[in-house]
Design a protein around this ligand. Structure first.
Ligand code: BGC
Length: 413
C-alpha cells in the first residue's frame, strides 16, 4: 500500500511537472521602459492566473530594431521563442519563411475575423491563416506637451506649422529645451512620419505606401526635410543616442516643452503618476488631425514543439480577451486591437485615440506608419531611416536628401 502511494504520488508529481513544462511561454520583446514594463506585467499576471508561466527575453531598443537582430540569431540557431513582439511587415517576412505557427483553431472558435479590424488582419494572417495575435494599435502622429510650459506660453494648442514654431520659440524663451528628442534613427523617422503626414494624406500615401518616385523626389519632400532641419534646431546638445523614454522624462519633469512620439509615451507619463489635461497635453501633430499613422504590436507565434503549442494557443486567446485588451491598453497608451472593447476605462487621451482610429478607418485616412514597419518591409524602411537620419544630423542638405531618398528606396524595393 505504502509503495503504491509513493508510486502514485511520484507519477502525479511527474505529470504536474510535465504539465508545467508545457504551460510555459518564452516571450521575446522590447518593452523595457517603465511604462512598457508596467503594461507587460498586466500580460504576465493574466497568463500566470491561467497557470501559464513566463520566460522573459527582453531586448532593449525602442522600435524593436535590436530585438529583430536577436530574433534572427535565435531562429538561425534552431531555437525560436514561443512568441515574439513584432511589427507589421516583419511578421509577413517571417511567415514567408515558413517560420510561424497556426492560430486558426483559437481564432475560429473566438470569431477574431469579426472583431479585429482588416488593417490589422493584413499583418496577422498569411495565406488565409492566423499567424499572430494583435495586442494593440498605437499611432505615431502625436505630440506630448508639458501643461505648465504650455500654459506659460498662453495655453493654446498649436493648430498648424507656424503656431508650432511660435510655441517652440516660446519654450526657448522660457529657458527649457523646446523639443525632447533622442537621436536614434527610429526616433528621427517617427518625427518624419508626422512631418510628411502634415503635408497631406495623399502625399504620405504616395510617398510611403505607394513609394512613388515622383512624390519621393518632389519639392514637397524637400519641404518635409526643410521642416526636419528646422525642428533639429530646437533639440538640446545631448540628444544624440538618447532613449525615447528619457526624452519623455524631460517633458514630465518640465525640462523640455514637448516630445513628438507615438502614444507609448503616454505610458511613461502615467507611470510617473501624471494626468492628461492636468500635467500634460496630448494632441495630434499640427496639421494631422483626422489622420492616423498606425502601428500594431502583435505577438507572432513561432513553430514550436508540439508540447508547447497549448500554452501558445492559450496565450493568443488571453491576448484577445476583451477584458485583457482594456486592462493592457489603458496602461500601455494604445488602443485595443478589437473593435468591441468599450472605452470606459480609458483616460481622455485614450478615448481620443479610440475615436480618432475609428474615424480615420471610416474616412480612409488610416495609414500604416513608415517608421514602425507598417508601410513597407524592413529593407525599404531601413533605407528611408538612413536618409532621414543623415539629413537630420546635417550630413545631407534637403536637396541631396530628396535625391538620395529616391535612389535608396528604388534600390531597396
Ligand atoms: C512599439 C511600442 C513600443 C515602442 C517603443 C514601438 O515600435 O509598437 O509598443 O512601446 O516601439 O519601444
Amino acid at each position: 500500500m505504502r509503495k503504491f502511494l509513493t508510486t502514485t504520488a511520484l507519477s502525479l508529481a511527474m505529470l504536474a511537472g510535465a504539465a508545467q513544462a508545457a504551460e510555459n511561454v518564452e516571450v521575446l520583446h522590447w518593452w523595457t521602459s517603465g511604462g512598457e514594463a508596467a503594461a507587460l506585467d498586466v500580460l504576465k499576471k493574466d497568463l500566470e492566473s491561467k497557470g501559464i508561466t513566463w520566460t522573459d527575453m527582453p531586448v532593449a531598443g525602442g522600435g524593436g530594431t535590436e530585438a529583430m537582430t536577436v530574433l534572427r540569431a535565435r531562429v538561425t540557431a534552431g531555437n525560436a521563442p514561443t512568441a515574439v513582439q513584432m511589427l507589421g511587415f516583419d511578421i509577413l517576412d517571417w511567415a514567408k519563411e515558413g517560420a510561424l505557427g497556426n492560430l486558426d483553431e483559437v481564432a475560429g472558435k473566438e470569431g477574431w475575423d469579426k472583431v479585429i479590424p482588416g488593417a490589422l488582419q493584413k499583418f496577422s494572417k498569411y495565406d488565409g491563416h492566423w499567424i499572430a495575435a494583435p495586442v494593440n494599435v498605437h499611432s505615431t502622429n502625436w505630440m506630448w506637451i508639458n501643461k505648465a510650459a504650455l500654459d506659460k506660453a498662453g495655453g493654446k494648442e498649436p493648430a498648424n506649422w507656424d503656431e508650432l514654431i511660435a510655441l517652440l520659440d516660446n519654450f526657448k524663451a522660457q529657458g527649457i529645451t523646446p523639443i525632447a528628442h533622442g537621436g536614434q534613427p527610429w526616433q528621427d523617422a517617427t518625427i518624419f512620419d508626422a512631418v510628411v503626414l502634415s503635408l497631406g494624406n495623399d502625399f504620405y500615401k504616395k510617398a510611403f505606401i505607394d513609394l512613388d518616385s515622383a512624390t519621393l523626389g518632389s519639392d514637397k519632400m524637400k519641404e518635409a526635410f526643410d521642416r526636419m532641419t528646422k525642428l533639429r534646431s530646437y533639440v538640446d546638445d545631448n540628444f544624440s543616442g538618447r532613449d525615447w523614454n528619457l526624452a519623455s522624462g524631460m517633458v514630465i519633469e518640465g525640462k523640455a516643452g514637448l516630445q513628438f512620439m507615438g502614444d507609448w509615451a503616454k505610458g511613461e507619463f502615467l507611470k510617473a503618476k501624471k494626468e492628461p489635461g492636468k500635467d500634460f497635453v496630448c494632441m495630434r501633430f499640427p496639421g494631422t488631425q483626422g489622420s492616423v499613422t498606425f502601428n500594431s504590436d502583435q505577438f507572432a507565434m513561432f513553430k514550436v514543439a508540439a508540447d508547447k503549442v497549448p500554452a501558445q494557443l492559450a496565450m493568443a486567446s488571453a491576448i484577445e480577451s476583451p477584458t485583457f485588451q482594456s486592462a493592457f491598453n489603458v496602461v500601455k497608451g494604445s488602443v485595443p486591437a478589437r473593435t468591441d472593447v468599450p472605452d470606459t476605462a480609458f483616460d481622455a487621451c485614450g478615448k481620443k485615440a479610440i475615436k480618432d482610429l475609428a474615424e480615420a478607418n471610416k474616412n480612409d485616412t488610416l495609414m500604416g506608419s513608415m517608421a514602425h514597419g507598417h508601410a513597407n518591409p524592413a529593407a525599404v524602411k531601413n533605407a528611408i531611416y538612413d536618409v532621414v537620419t543623415r539629413e537630420f544630423n546635417g550630413e545631407l542638405t534637403s536637396e541631396a536628401a530628396v535625391k538620395e531618398l529616391v535612389t535608396a528606396v528604388e534600390a531597396a524595393k
